[in-house]
Design a protein around this ligand. Structure first.
Ligand code: ADP
Length: 506
């Protein structure tokens, strides 16, 4: 006996329903016996008309149809089934020497045939082949429907995404691996001075009319070469000095492979305008306060010196306290004015060839009395043959007065401060090293922020505005230099300023 699979009991019920139309009772009964054992539900009809009635009333998966019957012939039943139940699989049962009739029936839509007389195994094989074909067709249909649904879902998601991206006020540009624009929105197209349709699928470089936007391809290279997850740059478009952009770029990655880049172009012109207004306001208020405070300071000096009459000891003490407050206020005002000059790009007044050793010497002389008061040893180690730098002398003094004053403030009595000039690569350097309280690792990235002061028991006693280091950094950067800090809590801190040497002075 051939081992053929039984009917799939998990299949939908209709797939297990079989109809046998045959006028020969032994064939009908034989089919019922054999196929029921296989798990099929089998109905029978003894002629074509009765069979068609049953097909009208019930859904069958398979029809076993005798070709030669009284009344309606098998071929006539087959023709009617094409209209009545086109999905129904038909296996025709043919007599001896009627292969031609079987071929004819298959041309008319029958799926297979079986010749009389047939063995149970032959019947099982032909039925199971038909049922397997049907199951495969069903699976294929389900897959096709699922795929169509997924495609519809993707299309819906895509159109939702498109509406969201188009509604964004920030420009969005997505480029593929070949730097071709694959997605953009009206805001991005407007910033590029193009229409949305004219830039899609075009190389990014072709769409950049403003020279300064050529930063976009550079950002792509930077993301790739440095393997960064995001970068942000700010630019001012030369074509429109009032237009400031903040550009964010992120790589689109799939399993470490970069598929493209997303740019978000943010118009920050209004923020810049507000920032300018704030700086102008601070500069104006500071200026207005400076003159009367300077006058008060002079008046106090006149009184304290006894030029307006004898001053009692108590009055003198009060005057000293007032003087300290006024001095602090004037320092704050000076710092605020410096900051607004840095922000306006006006901090460097006049550059001239300078020897850093001379500046360091001057600062050491200026602050030595303060160091002596705290019993702190202040050393200067000058490098020989130090190249000149091209810098504003007032700015340079301000930097090192700030750094050495900080070292004095944050170094306990009996400590050491060393100021050391030297060279590092292409830079001229000056390092201010102390044996003070040090700065915690988590505070280091913030000490150059405006108004940032480390909060601790040791720093509480030192008065300050938290502006000193941000001014130092601003001045250093205005001279194309950099500032680094290395610190260890409880051991000390070293600030190193590196400045480019004057051209032709190396
Ligand atoms: P200020 O000294 O007015 O607070 P700064 O901007 O000069 O502001 O310094 C910021 C912070 O950095 C300070 O509050 C201090 O905590 C820390 N700092 C600066 N220099 C040193 C130093 N040499 N040693 C330890 N801490 C320092």
């Amino acid at each position: 006996m051939v081992n053929t699979p039984a009917a799939n009991l998990n299949a939908p019920p209709t797939i297990r329903h079989i109809l046998v139309i045959d006028d020969d009772a032994s064939i009908r009964d034989g089919c019922v016996l054999i196929l029921t054992k296989q798990g099929f539900v089998v109905d029978t009809a003894l002629n074509g008309a009765a069979g068609l009635d049953m097909i009208r009333q019930k859904q069958y998966a398979l029809l076993l149809l005798d070709l030669k019957m009284p009344g309606l012939s098998g071929i006539e039943v087959l023709e009617r089934i094409q209209h009545l139940a086109p999905e129904l699989l038909v296996i025709v049962i043919t007599g001896y020497a009627t292969v031609e009739a079987a071929v004819d029936a298959m041309k008319r839509g029958a799926y297979d045939f079986i010749s009389k007389p047939f063995t149970p195994d032959q019947l099982r094989i032909v039925v199971n082949r038909a049922i397997t074909k049907m199951e495969l067709e069903n699976e294929a249909r389900v897959l096709r429907e699922e795929r169509e649904k997924s495609l519809r879902d993707i299309a819906t998601e895509k159109s939702k995404l498109r509406v969201i991206v188009n509604a964004l006020v920030d420009g969005v540009l997505v480029i593929n691996r070949e730097n071709h624009i694959v997605l953009n929105n009206p805001a991005a197209a407007q910033l590029l001075g193009k229409t949305m349709e004219s830039i899609v699928n075009k190389p990014l470089e072709h769409c950049i009319k403003d020279k300064d936007l050529s930063i976009l391809p550079h950002m792509v290279s930077e993301l790739q070469t440095k393997n960064l997850s995001a970068i942000c740059r700010e630019i001012t478009l030369p074509s429109d000095a009032e237009l400031h952009l903040r550009i964010h770029a992120c790589p689109i990655k799939a399993e470490d492979e970069i598929l493209g880049t997303v740019f978000v172009l943010q118009d920050i012109s209004y923020l810049k305008k507000l920032d300018r207004m704030k700086s102008d306001f601070i500069a104006m208020v500071s200026h207005e306060l400076k003159a009367p405070l300077t006058a008060i300071q002079q008046q106090i000096f006149t009184i304290a010196e006894g030029l307006l009459g004898v001053v009692t000891e108590k009055q003198n003490e009060a005057l000293s306290r007032i003087k300290i407050r006024i001095d602090n206020l004037l320092t704050l005002i000076k710092n605020l004015l410096d900051l607004s000059r840095i922000e306006a790009g006006q901090i460097v007044q006049c550059k001239e060839p300078l020897q850093l050793n001379d500046i360091a010497q001057k600062v050491v002389e200026l602050l030595s009395p303060q160091a002596a008061k705290k019993n702190i040893a202040l050393h200067l180690k000058k490098a020989k043959n130090l190249p000149l730098i091209d810098a504003d002398p007032n700015n340079m003094e301000e930097i090192f007065i700030n750094l050495v004053s900080n070292a004095l403030h944050y170094t306990p009595e009996g400590g050491h401060i060393v100021i050391k000039t030297g060279r590092q690569g292409e830079y001229v350097t000056i390092a201010v090293q102390d044996t003070g309280i040090g700065i915690k690792k988590e505070d280091i990235p913030r000490i150059f922020d405006k108004f940032y002061r480390v909060q601790s028991d040791q720093t509480r006693m030192v008065s300050g505005s938290g502006l000193g280091l941000s001014i130092v950094k601003g001045i250093v950067e205005a001279h194309f230099g950099k500032i680094d800090v290395v610190s260890q809590v409880g051991k000390g801190t070293t600030f190193t300023v590196s400045l480019p040497p004057k051209l032709n002075s190396i």
